[in-house]
Design a protein around this ligand. Structure first.
Ligand SMILES: Cc1cc2nc3c(=O)[nH]c(=O)nc-3n(C[C@H](O)[C@H](O)[C@H](O)COP(=O)(O)O)c2cc1C
Length: 161
């Protein structure tokens, strides 16, 4: 089985998740950057698509890729993931990130956690999070994210089956 993992990242966490995902898969697996690589899906049996979430949105390149390849993606084994701090059971969350057709076709859709890289983050983002964490309404629902390897393994296994 040939598999593609298509990802978008800002600070590298989603790429690290893609690499972990690859380590749980069998057969020929290619990791492709949606921003940097020319992607032709015809040769792949299975496709994973993952991006990170900023201010409630996934990268626009992921949205465009999903739209452009919708027909082909509906013919593949499909796994979708978001790298972010929002837990996977948050109601209505994935509907804001991926097209409805892909969500219902996908074998597994999940949030794989993430990392808040405060050192790489630009000054404005860092300040914004410092301020947000002082607001009770935000801080109550916020825990510093970590990459969730257990969830990445589940994602891999759902497609291998
Ligand atoms: C400025 C900023 C905004 C973010 N907004 C969200 C958000 O709205 N929802 C969420 O679940 N995670 C959010 N995150 C968490 C990122 O999705 C998380 O840090 C992720 O691991 C980043 O992955 P990347 O390095 O591949 O871009 C935000 C992070 C930053 C720095």
């Amino acid at each position: 089985m040939k598999t593609a993992i298509v990802y978008a990242t800002k600070y590298g966490c989603t790429k690290r998740c893609a690499e972990i995902l690859k380590s749980y898969l069998k057969g020929e697996v290619t990791i492709l950057s949606v921003k940097a690589d020319k992607i032709n899906l015809s040769q792949y049996d299975a496709v994973f698509i993952g991006g990170s979430v900023y201010m409630g949105k996934i990268q626009k390149e992921i949205t465009q890729f999903c739209k452009r390849n919708l027909k082909q993606l509906l013919q593949k084994k499909l796994g979708l993931f978001a790298c972010c701090y929002t837990p996977k059971d948050t109601q209505g969350f994935f509907e804001t990130l991926f097209p409805a057709e892909l969500l219902s076709h996908a074998t597994y859709v999940t949030s794989v956690g993430g990392e808040m890289d405060y050192e790489q983050m630009n000054f404005l983002y860092r300040k914004m999070f410092q301020s947000l964490k002082k607001i009770d309404g935000f801080n109550e629902g916020f825990t510093e994210p970590q990459i969730n390897k257990v969830e990445i393994k589940k994602l891999a296994e759902a497609i291998i089956k």
